[in-house]
Ligand binder design. Structure first.
Ligand SMILES: Nc1ncnc2c1ncn2[C@@H]1O[C@H](COP(=O)(O)OP(=O)(O)OP(=O)(O)O)[C@@H](O)[C@H]1O
Ligand SMILES: [Mg+2]
Length: 218
């Protein structure tokens, strides 16, 4: 069972959006997937309550105290991928999620503010000795110097996912309708980017070289 924590103390970077769309895409690839929402704001839990599809990931909203005990239960249920959606704040749940993770994904918009604000998150991950990767999100669609520059800066950390996610209305619509972007429009660019990010992330968690693939934006 792999555990992916999506973390960044900066609000609104796309943690919940990545959690549910990656989870739906993973289910579509045949991976039994469960999301744990430890954010009291409950964005992913509310997304789940709007969901009409009978298939797809389960979402459990848990407190930080319940987090560790949930892992053996999920493993027993045959869950192959757990995605933990965390709050955009410096609260005790975040280190607890990092501690359980095989990989932490840090979504960041291609802005100096997001990249600067990620420093405490990266420090917490380093303290706990966990692997991490940035993923650029809400990038201007198409080729953009902003995306390329941010990618190059993050590349200096040695850890940035090769697939930047563009700002696309499909993500907002998927949040509103309880879908993943791959369900909403399987042929959309947003769906393609999420599938690519999923493969990159699974490869990285399994130590496969595809995780080192060069970016499409550079
Ligand atoms: N790639 C994207 N394209 C368009 N909209 C996006 C994208 N990613 C996220 N959003 C939108 O940005 C807003 C914030 O996203 P989300 O709630 O996933 O962020 P978050 O990091 O979980 O926030 P918080 O820190 O408050 O938990 C939402 O309205 C979401 O639909
Ligand atoms: Mg959120």
């Amino acid at each position: 069972m792999h555990v992916l924590a999506i973390v960044s103390q900066k609000g609104g970077t796309g943690k919940s959006t990545l959690a549910f769309s990656l989870a739906v895409a993973a289910e579509e690839q045949g991976l039994k997937t469960s999301i744990i929402d430890i954010d009291p704001q409950g964005t992913t839990k509310k997304w789940y309550s709007r969901r009409e599809a009978e298939t797809g990931p389960e979402v459990n909203a848990l407190s930080v105290n319940q987090l560790e005990a949930a892992m053996p239960l999920l493993r027993k249920q045959g869950v192959q991928l757990v995605i933990i959606d965390t709050p955009g704040a410096d609260v005790p749940g975040v280190p607890a999620a990092i501690q359980l993770a095989d990989l932490c994904l840090i979504p960041a918009r291609p802005s100096v503010a997001d990249i600067e604000a990620s420093a405490p998150t990266v420090s917490a991950i380093h303290r706990l000795g966990k692997p991490f990767s940035y993923v650029l999100n809400q990038c201007p669609p198409g080729r953009s110097i902003r995306t390329t520059d941010a990618f190059r800066v993050l590349q200096l950390t040695g850890a940035v996912a090769s697939t930047p996610l563009a700002m696309r209305a499909d993500h907002m619509d998927a949040l509103a309708t309880g879908q993943g972007v791959t369900e909403r429009d399987p042929n959309s660019k947003a769906a393609g980017e999420i599938r690519e990010l999923l493969i990159w992330t699974l490869n990285r968690m399994e130590g496969k070289p595809h995780g080192q693939k060069q970016t499409r934006v550079a």
